[in-house]
Design a protein around this ligand. Structure first.
Ligand code: NAG
Ligand code: NAG
Ligand code: NAG
Ligand code: NAG
Ligand code: NAG
Ligand code: NAG
Ligand code: NAG
Length: 384
């Protein structure tokens, strides 16, 4: 089933948004769930978010374990220090609302747990019949990323069910076990729709009914935005983009005036919080300098998946069309170029109004191709 999972990442760039309503079929407001797995008690994390024990959502009795030490990158014991351990297949039955899209976030802290060798931990995770992880080692994955813990985020297609089953199954080998530190289930609007495949005007993608995985979510030229600072109660995390910039030309960091207000207009504020639109990475200011370069971000990707790249834009300096016009390239293919080049004011009509653009690209299994490259290059910048 892996093949029908698309991957996506959001790259919040200059400014913009969209308009979604989400109410369930019976009018009930879908609820979020934050589970502190392996803990018998409810708790509060360093950000003030509340987490409840997972006990009542899981069938059968399963051991729990406490991490031997707290990594310095973990600012709060909740929800990482406790883990639920599975030595055999086990299922969480989580309450959902029909016809609603959810984010499912799985957090793993592959630490030392007494009596367990974390290098034995290989497992699969299946949610609502879709395999999200297979032969997964949180320990190897975390090491490869040089992170102490991992948060996997999936956008699950709406289901005709009031229960979401999330099944953990240890790999078929001696001493294998599965574990989980935290599970979050967050109702979301239908954040992604359909569009054209970059480089193939005759091919389209449709994420409406798909299950997607978030790969990267960056606040370009801006700060880390914690889940409690996100918009629309969506508890997303936004990271600074600097580690993903490629090449020597990294542009200039731009910040809006303190008095600058993002006017969402027809876009729902849940698309991205205002801070995402208050910072930008620009190409530079000087007419006399040749600004003919690509501002490029580079991401590692797995082959044979379709990726959706969302670029957010908000102009906070200029007011007229044709003042800032640029080409957009995704994986060296033209996404918006020349007569179809990007012009934010042309798209939004005015300063301070955010917008976003989605581009889909299929990553082939070919030497050198396992990457996503997003490039912006100015054309006739500051034409007057
Ligand atoms: C699981 O992954 C490990 C480490 O990458 C690998 O050695 C092993 O062969 C894999 N097992 C299966 C059944 O794919
Ligand atoms: C979910 O799992 C329970 C057992 O834990 C099972 O009875 C039920 O049929 C499953 N539901 C779905 C939709 O798979
Ligand atoms: C966010 O959650 C709070 C508390 O549950 C609720 O009062 C508020 O309306 C929610 N806001 C949005 C945008 O859903
Ligand atoms: C990608 O798909 C091709 C064709 O189905 C297959 O031969 C190849 O092994 C796949 N690559 C990966 C990394 O899964
Ligand atoms: C910020 O505000 C000042 C004073 O109102 C104005 O002169 C300046 O142009 C503004 N800068 C931007 C980037 O909008
Ligand atoms: C894009 O072009 C660069 C530079 O020419 C090259 O190194 C890279 O492999 C290309 N990437 C793709 C996905 O074609
Ligand atoms: C930017 O990148 C694209 C695609 O890789 C390339 O075709 C174009 O020539 C580059 N533009 C500049 C100004 O380097």
């Amino acid at each position: 089933m892996h093949a029908n999972i698309c991957f996506l990442f959001s790259l919040a760039c200059f400014t913009a948004l969209f308009n979604e309503l989400y109410v369930s079929a019976n009018g009930a407001q879908p609820q979020s769930l934050s589970l502190n797995c392996g803990s018998e008690n409810d708790g509060t994390d360093g950000d003030g978010r509340k987490w409840e024990s997972d006990v009542k959502y899981i069938t059968g009795k399963h051991p729990h374990a406490r991490a031997q030490y707290q990594d310095s990158s973990i600012d709060s014991e909740v929800p990482y220090m406790d883990a639920r351990i599975f030595t055999s297949e086990a299922t969480y039955n989580l309450p959902i609302t029909e016809k609603t899209r959810y984010w499912l976030r799985l957090s793993f802290y592959p630490s030392e747990y007494s009596g367990l060798d974390i290098s034995d931990s290989y497992f699969s995770v299946v949610a609502g019949g879709v395999t999200l992880l297979n032969n997964f080692s949180a320990s190897i994955t975390a090491q490869a990323l040089t992170q102490a813990y991992l948060i996997k985020e999936y956008s699950l297609a709406p289901m005709n069910s009031r229960i979401l089953n999330v099944t953990f199954k240890p790999a078929d080998k001696p001493d294998a076990f599965a574990f989980i530190n935290a599970i979050e289930l967050v109702p979301t609007p239908d954040l992604f729709g359909s569009g054209t495949m970059v480089g193939f005007s005759d091919q389209t993608f449709d994420a409406t009914d798909g299950t997607l995985q978030t790969m990267y979510r960056l606040n370009v030229a801006g700060q880390y935005i914690s889940p409690t600072k996100d918009s629309g109660n969506l508890t997303r995390t936004w990271y600074n983009d600097a580690p993903y910039l490629f090449g020597a030309a990294t542009g200039v960091n731009l910040q809006s005036n303190d008095s600058f207000e993002v006017r969402y207009g027809e876009l729902a504020e849940s698309v991205a919080p205002p801070d995402v639109y208050r910072t930008a990475r620009g190409m530079g200011y000087y007419k006399d300098v040749n600004m003919k370069f690509n501002l490029t971000w580079l991401f590692q990707a797995d082959a044979n998946f379709t990726y959706v790249v969302r670029l957010h834009f908000c102009e906070f300096q200029l007011t007229k069309v044709n003042q800032k016009v640029f080409n957009i390239y995704i994986n060296n293919q033209t996404a918006q170029v020349d007569s179809n080049a990007a012009d934010i004011i042309g798209w939004t009509g005015e300063k301070g109004v955010p917008t976003y653009k989605d581009y889909a690209v299929f990553v082939k299994d070919r030497e050198g191709d396992e990457e996503i490259r997003a490039g912006l290059a100015p054309i006739n910048l500051f034409e007057t």
